[in-house]
Ligand binder design. Structure first.
Ligand SMILES: O=P(O)(O)OC[C@H]1O[C@H](O[C@H]2O[C@H](CO)[C@@H](O)[C@H](O)[C@H]2O)[C@H](O)[C@@H](O)[C@@H]1O
Length: 399
């Protein structure tokens, strides 16, 4: 991974989304839709038999209109069942999910396979926050992490280098997580506080060394710093404009802005899309993407959660090591960039957190944050046992 070459000019134009012609939006206003490039790599380092992909229902729905795109960001289970031709109201037999899990097996039931592969390797853990470590809730300010999840994350961070990569501002995600043992990347990776490495090796003017609140030397990397005034301006106009729409809220995530429509009546979702689109049109260097009932305004730069993973791996001095296994756990479309990076490099893997079938570049799945917690606990216990075993082997040899 050569950071020198990738960091030189982060400002690029947006990749052209597949369904451009079907949406009457200018190029910086396209819904975020990870392409399927790289999804079907046959050279998986973990050999899991894959079936033919199920039709990408969500992508088809998404292509139809902006409103459909907003609706598809969190489809109710009943609708999915109907679309798959199932008439059952019950959650007990979730055929579409079970079919999907053949392609994306549970990381819990595949735990032995995962640890067999991880044996002798250094695991590096990357975690998204909302929907992964904390459940999705109506009010973004109340997306608290449970005490048991915090304890679990602290426990795994004792055993592996660990980082949180969130769409939230870095400060806000730290306020939720409150663990100094981790590295944090906010604003979808556009604000990274990571371990110190020589600046020459990072090679980017937007990277500085400083001492954090715990007196630890860190590197701060903010590739979109020039966009701050623009983002602030857009944030203020969005607040002013969407306050007319009942339930819509705007969140300042420092290098990006989120417009939440989770609490807006469905009949007004189109209006939210329209007003936000209208404002962003005035900023050709910004683009609009969407996540789980949220529209996100972000700078048009060649930077995302995948690049943040590469940056952190490099900062940790682990990019060129063969005995490293990065694992990324996330639930949102923006996490797909990280899944793709791992899949492409053929080194680690993504775990998608989802209780509904979704096309993804991840290898494994987990249903919800409670399963994420279970998985993390198992990983920590496994590592602890392996370390104890190593120690006792060492003792036996030296005695
Ligand atoms: O990358 P993430 O850590 O997953 O952040 C993505 C967005 O997460 C938050 O919004 C989502 O979670 C909220 C709380 O559960 C929910 O109310 C909202 O509908 C979801 O979209 C956060 O508020 C956004 O700013 C992040 O971009």
């Amino acid at each position: 991974m050569d950071l020198k070459t990738t960091h030189n000019s982060p400002v690029i134009t947006d990749p052209v989304p597949v369904s451009k012609s079907r949406l009457s939006l200018s190029s910086n206003l396209m819904p975020y839709s990870p392409t399927s490039a790289g999804y079907s790599s046959p050279s998986l380092y973990i050999n899991i038999p894959r079936r033919k992909p199920i039709p990408d229902l969500l992508d088809n729905v998404r292509a139809n209109s902006w409103l459909d795109a907003m609706k598809s960001s969190s489809p109710p289970r009943k609708k999915l069942n109907k679309d798959f031709g199932l008439d059952n109201e019950s959650d007990e037999i979730d055929h579409p999910y079970l079919t999907w899990m053949i392609k994306y097996p549970s990381a819990l039931s595949s735990f032995e396979e995962i640890t067999a592969y991880a044996k002798g390797k250094k695991i590096v853990l990357f975690m998204d926050y909302d929907g992964t470590l904390s459940p999705i809730v109506d009010n973004p300010d109340n997306a608290f992490m449970s005490a048991s999840m915090r304890a679990t994350v602290k426990y795994v961070a004792k055993h592996f280098p660990a980082a949180i990569i969130s769409g939230r501002s870095r400060d806000k995600v730290f306020e939720f997580v409150k663990l100094t043992e981790l590295y944090y990347a906010g604003s979808h990776g556009m604000d990274i506080m990571g371990p110190v490495r020589k600046l020459e090796s990072i090679g980017h003017p937007n990277c500085i060394s400083l001492t954090d609140k715990q007196d630890k030397e860190v590197n701060l990397f903010q590739p979109a710093s020039e966009f701050l005034p623009m983002i602030d301006e857009v944030f203020r106009s969005l607040v002013e404009t969407v306050k007319r729409i009942n339930g819509a809220t705007v969140e300042n995530n420092k290098f990006c802005v989120s417009v939440h429509y989770r609490n807006v009546d469905t009949e007004n979702w189109d209006l939210v899309g329209q007003v936000v689109t209208e404002i962003v049109k005035g900023y050709p260097r910004l683009r609009l993407t969407h996540g789980r009932k949220v529209l996100e305004v972000r700078p048009v730069i060649d930077w995302n959660k995948g690049k943040a993973v590469e940056f952190l791996m490099d900062s940790l001095g682990l990019s060129d090591c063969d005995d490293v296994l990065p694992i990324y756990i996330g639930d949102d479309r923006t996490d797909e960039d990280a899944f793709k990076v791992l899949r492409k490099a053929n080194r680690g893997f993504g775990i998608l957190v989802s209780s509904v079938p979704k096309e993804t570049a991840a290898f494994y799945s987990l249903r919800d944050p409670s399963e994420v917690m279970e998985f993390l606990k198992s990983l920590g216990r496994w590592k602890k046992r392996a370390s104890l075993q190593n120690e006792s082997n060492h003792l036996t040899i030296t005695i």
